[in-house]
Design a protein around this ligand. Sequence first.
Ligand code: CP3
Length: 356
Amino acid sequence: MLDLTHPLNDGRTASSLLVRSLRGERTNPLPVWFMRQAGRSLPEYRKIREGTTMLESCLNPDLVVEITLQPVRRHKVDAAIFFSDIVIPLKLAGVEVEIEPGIGPVVANPVRSLEQLSRLSLIPSTALSPIVESVRRLTKALGSTPLIGFGGAPFTLASYLIEGGPSRDLPHSRELMRTQPEVWAEILNWCADVTAQFIRAQVEAGASALQVFDSWAGKLSREEYLEFAKPHSERLFEQLADLVDSRGQAVPRIHFGVGTGAILRDMFECGATAMGVDAATSLDEAAFALPGVPLQGNVDSTLLGDWQALTKNLDEVLESGRLAPGHVVNLGHGVPKDTDPELLTKLVARIHDLTK
Ligand code: CP3
């Protein structure tokens, strides 16, 4: 059980729009936040990041606190998402990894064998202290605005560890899962375990909800997802299932992936309590596939340059979202880096106004 001073227990966030919606209540107004709201679309982010690498900044509590708060101050979103990255657990476990600007995570020595895996251990608890300190300071500063903790699903995280960097087709991963399924399973289990440590640290220190990003799950067929990804995501969610508040209510657990219309139900069954939906699946289809499940999404981020098309899409999203027991408005994927931040501020105000 979470500490009695946790924001979900001491009256700060249990009645926030985000937490109520994720627990299946229809609120007025609806809550809104954006995946990748903390980041390169903001000039104040680009300025403060000057001279520091991405992963260094994720382990510097002064920077993490400031960058996480920037979009909350600017856009008046209803939640903060912890400024970090899905590869931070790799780094804290001692893997040599960097995020190259414009490329993404690059792992110096990709892991493709049991021998290589055997040299990795779990995250020593002292290594988590910058995460814990950042979250503690953030939740103090955020007051009644909930902080969302997150991590990558084992499949998406392992795709970087195995390929050594971003990859469209995942050739090494595909070969490994087909020819050495036991090695594949061990690597994904390790990814699940270090990510569970990372997410647990965020929630215990004060995050009021958590999101698991399986961004690349849509690269798998449904059969492949069930055989090669789902068991490991279940292992991750199982390790988070005991995160409950003082009334025994679960910390909301959102599961999200891109291109996952065909596997939404399977992803939910991994142990989520709410589902994130990308822009290629309509919320009414999602609500039909997942009766009774709170949904998050799914304004099309490719329309962010065209206000008229965007507001038309928003109307559809709000209408189809009514079929869900709770609706958290978000984009279908992250904020693109060239987005005009003023459009996001305007979009938040419009969502609040239309649903008040
Ligand atoms: O605002 C937020 O959403 C919180 C912060 C956040 C980041 N990464 C910061 C970041 C979150 C939730 C993530 C998750 C993440 N990281 C995912 C899953 C979500 C998704 O987008 O599908 C994935 C796949 C990663 C791995 C990763 N990290 C990629 C592919 C990239 C982009 C590389 C590039 O330059 O195009 C990163 C870097 C990254 N993570 C940035 C930020 C703000 C950009 C770094 C910079 O400022 O140069």
